[in-house]
Design a binder for this molecule. Structure first.
Ligand SMILES: Cc1ncc(COP(=O)(O)O)c(C=O)c1O
Length: 364
């Protein structure tokens, strides 16, 4: 018999994002379900973004600018790099797949913290790479352990800061020493900063500055979180033009759609909305963390727009009770942290509702 599909697919399970929000509203018969399970923005996109999307609708029949020129130019201005240092992706997800496709030969090693954002391993496997996992030290990325696992076969290293799902950052000094320690023959180091916009720790590294300094660093960011554009899918990478050139060779001609591009440009223009979103997270994050700690949960120091919360055996009952009340949170078991819940920071009102249900459930 002809073997139609690649053997590696037997090792990959389709990404389980769960039912859509619309389907859940229907099955739970709840209008206005609050989804705190996907690390989305509690405020959504800026009104100016919605207006830009409306204006763009009449051009839906025209292919987008394959090179995302306006977006790259706007980002270049914001980040103080040249546009040649940028590539846009259909979400940061797609950037991960570009890197795997462009860099990996069979047997090349891809070093990732474990657990971590699932697509790193999936894309590495699909690219024919061998996944090497470095266990987290508690809730922290263990760069010493990662350094020990770097071999001559290591092609790509993923560092996620803030880490999903652990929510913690890799301190800037430690990351710098790690990169220096890799020397002149360093592998590609992807610094995934999907949640960087929510950091207020002065020790937060700056992936773009690191990409300027180290020739194999790729900083990866997204409009999904801070700009509230998760539904449009737009992310980007910042790296030296030689790297961007390689990534462009595996990119489909029109990978980022027209709406995603105009929305991202409008989002960058609306600094007020970005600031409002950041302020909300920075105000609610410590309040929610303290309230959950007061209720007996263990909450590692989050620098992201979500908390990872250790509740032990209460994880199941709490998640069920919250779901009944119309609030979805992520089961930690699904992201490598059994006995935990991963909870996106909502609006003050949503967080209060969550705390009420929490208190009621624990009192039972
Ligand atoms: C750590 C991390 N990196 C990258 C992404 C992907 O972002 P995007 O929505 O731009 O594909 C996510 C999304 O949740 C994430 O958690």
């Amino acid at each position: 018999m002809r073997r139609l599909w690649r053997a590696v697919l037997d090792q990959v399970t389709p990404y389980e994002a769960g039912p859509s929000i619309e389907e859940l509203e229907r099955t739970l018969a709840i209008d206005g379900l609050v989804r705190l399970s996907a690390n989305e923005s509690p405020l959504g996109p800026a009104p100016t973004v919605i207006e830009a999307l409306r204006r763009e609708a009449r051009r839906a029949h025209l292919y987008p600018d394959g090179g995302a020129t306006a977006l790259r130019t706007a980002l270049a201005r914001t980040l103080r790099v040249q546009p040649e240092w940028l590539i846009a992706g259909n979400g940061a997800d797609e950037i991960v797949s570009f890197i795997a496709r462009a860099a990996l030969d069979p047997g090349d090693e891809v070093l990732i913290p474990h657990p971590s954002f699932e697509p790193y391993a999936t894309e590495a496997m699909l690219g024919g790479g061998a996944v090497v996992r470095s266990p987290l030290a508690g809730y922290r990325t263990d760069l010493d352990d990662m350094r020990r696992r770097v071999t001559p076969r290591t092609k790509v290293v993923f560092v996620c800061t803030p880490h999903n799902p652990a929510s913690t950052i890799v301190p800037a000094g430690m990351l710098l020493r790690f990169l220096e320690g890799l020397g002149d023959d360093a592998p590609i180091v992807v610094v995934d900063e999907a949640y960087r916009d929510f950091c207020d720790d002065p020790d937060t590294p700056d992936g773009v500055a690191l990409a300027r300094r180290f020739p194999t660093v790729i900083a990866m960011r997204t409009f999904s979180k801070i700009a509230g554009l998760a539904g449009l899918r737009v992310g980007y990478a910042v790296a030296r033009p030689e790297i961007i050139d390689r990534l462009n060779r595996v990119r489909a001609p029109f990978n980022v759609n027209r709406f995603a591009q105009v929305a991202a440009v409008a989002a960058l223009d609306d600094r007020t909305h970005l600031k409002r979103t950041r302020s909300l997270i920075l105000a609610e994050r410590p309040r929610l963390a303290a309230a959950l700690q007061a209720r007996g949960a263990v909450v590692p120091p989050s620098q992201a727009n979500f908390l990872l919360v250790r509740v032990g055996e209460q994880a199941g009952p709490l998640r069920q009770a919250l779901m009944k009340a119309g609030i979805l949170v992520r089961d930690g078991a699904g992201v490598g942290f059994p006995g935990h819940l991963r909870i996106a920071i909502g609006t003050a009102e949503q967080n209060n509702r969550l705390l009420e249900v929490w208190t009621r459930t624990l009192a039972r």
